[in-house]
Ligand binder design. Structure first.
Ligand code: ADP
Length: 472
């Protein structure tokens, strides 16, 4: 596998090598050109100054006679060969002494620098060099070098070479520095990615408590934060799933133990298979059936798979029905059931069967928690809105109030959770599995409504349901 570090490092190195190479090449070209211009300018000045001295000589002498004798006194370099021709092209001076008396075209000289005295051309100066030299076109085909291709002498070439060497050396140093910096940079970039990869594989292995360390504030930092948030929610769901399984197992065990014990007792002739024991088995199986039904409803409504059959429903009639069904239970406990309808209540679009289930759960709880002689009141009314409960649309409000023990504030945030019970040790015959209010909440929410509770410990509780009056 080609790792990201290699790709990033390779790209960086390529960029540095290309840019340093181009920089060195361009600097080399321009240095050579500038240096050439500098040398040629110097040469021109040099030839000019020799020409000026010769002009002065001619001005004094009015002839070229004797020039050969004083050539050594002229300000010229020993390495250079100067040839002076008079106005008719005959060589009158030659620092090498070789071509004296010959015509310039005979020896193949051309492009000389005119020698001027009192604004009059009096001859021509040619510069030749024995070694490679910077010619201003003075080579005239001599020395075997083309006149169009200027050359540097050895010292000048050496100078250029030294410059080139330092250029390439600094280029190499730049590449080395870039390589080290690139390595550090690449490691810094890929470190959080490696940490994320490790985190992902730990989570995949089931280690849901694993978190990636976030120390950068860039995009990778926020990716790591999102990763941790995802891991946190996965962890929570997994814990909830395990808790749910444990809770279900726990809730199933109690009735099953009672059924098994009773049947064992009958089989071992400890109990008679009489009405009392069969009723006990029937009650426990009914409990199991209700528990499984509640769980099924809850999981369907939570996953959004519960099909609600909406129909215009008169809620007052529905509540009346539920009150009369609860009448017997309430009378047994000497609990008074009341209905309070403050105004004309319009029909609402709900699933009547599910809404009956909701009202029944609330009434069962209320009767269960109300002491002998107390009362349970169901009130029905409407509101146009209620900002304290985030109700924006006109809604129907149903409340179930009791005169029971109320709910302590520390339990309030949890009572609508699955399997949450305030008194854990309470026997099943007195209470449910802690699913009643969870079902109420989920069903009401599936109807687009809201549920909340107001309670005063020692005085009673009032559970509210708000259902939108407009059709869902
Ligand atoms: P359960 O089936 O155990 O009653 P619920 O989900 O219906 O579970 O209720 C959760 C908890 O809320 C119960 O354990 C109970 O203690 C508390 N509770 C519910 N209704 C009332 C009420 N009217 N008065 C006091 N406590 C209540």
């Amino acid at each position: 596998m080609r790792s990201l570090s290699w790709k990033l490092g390779g790209a960086l190195l390529l960029m540095v090598v290309v840019s340093v190479g181009m920089m060195a090449y361009i600097t080399n070209l321009s240095t050579t050109r500038e240096f050439r211009q500098y040398i040629s300018h110097g040469n021109m000045m040099y030839t000019q100054s020799v020409g000026d001295s010769l002009g002065q000589f001619y001005l004094q002498e009015q002839a070229w006679a004797g020039i050969q004798g004083i050539l050594g006194n002229l300000p010229m370099s020993e390495n250079d060969r100067f040839i002076i021709a008079d106005i008719s092209g005959v060589i009158v001076g030659d620092t090498a002494g070789e071509w004296l008396g010959k015509a310039v075209n005979e020896v193949g000289l051309d492009n000389g620098t005119p020698i001027v005295a009192s604004a009059k051309e009096v001859g021509t100066l040619y510069l030749l060099s024995s070694g490679p030299m910077m010619g201003m076109g003075h080579m005239g085909g001599q020395g075997g070098l083309p006149s169009s291709m200027p050359m540097f002498d050895i010292a000048e070439q050496d100078f250029l070479n030294r410059i080139n060497r330092s250029l390439w050396l600094s280029g190499l140093i730049a590449v080395a520095v870039a390589l080290v910096a690139g390595l550090i940079l690449t490691r810094q970039i890929t470190r959080p990615i490696r940490a994320l990869t490790k985190g992902a594989s730990q989570i995949a292995k089931g280690e849901l408590g694993y978190r990636v360390k976030v120390d950068s504030k860039d995009e990778l930092g926020s990716l790591a934060q999102s990763f941790n948030a995802m891991a946190y929610s996965l962890d929570r769901s997994e814990q909830a799933r395990q808790r749910l399984i444990a809770d279900i197992a726990h809730e199933l065990r109690t009735p099953l133990t009672v059924i098994e014990g009773t049947i064992d007792g009958i089989l071992d002739d400890v109990f008679k298979p009489d009405h009392e024991h069969l009723i006990s088995i029937k009650e426990q199986t009914a409990l199991l059936t209700r528990l499984i039904g509640d769980l099924r409803d809850l999981s369907l409504v939570e996953s959004g798979q519960l099909k609600l059959e909406f129909a215009p429903t008169n809620i007052v009639d529905l509540v009346r029905r539920k009150l009369s069904q609860a009448e017997l239970r309430a009378r047994e406990k000497d609990v008074q059931l009341k209905l309070s309808v403050s105004q004309e209540v319009p029909d609402v679009s709900v699933d009547p069967a599910r809404m009956e289930q909701v009202i029944a759960n609330l009434m069962t709880n209320a009767i269960r928690h109300t002491p002998v002689g107390g009362s349970v009141t169901v009130s029905i009314g409407t509101v146009t809105g209620d900002s304290s409960h985030q109700i924006e649309k006109p809604s129907l409000i149903i409340s179930v109030a009791d005169t029971g023990e109320g709910i302590a504030p520390e339990h309030l945030p949890n009572i609508f959770e699955r399997f949450y019970r305030v008194e854990h040790s309470r026997s099943r015959s007195e209470g449910g599995a802690g699913l009643g209010l969870a079902i109420v909440k989920q069903m009401v929410q599936a109807h687009g409504g809201k549920v909340w509770v107001e309670t005063e410990p020692g005085k009673g509780s009032r559970f509210y349901i708000a259902l939108p009056l407009t059709a869902q």
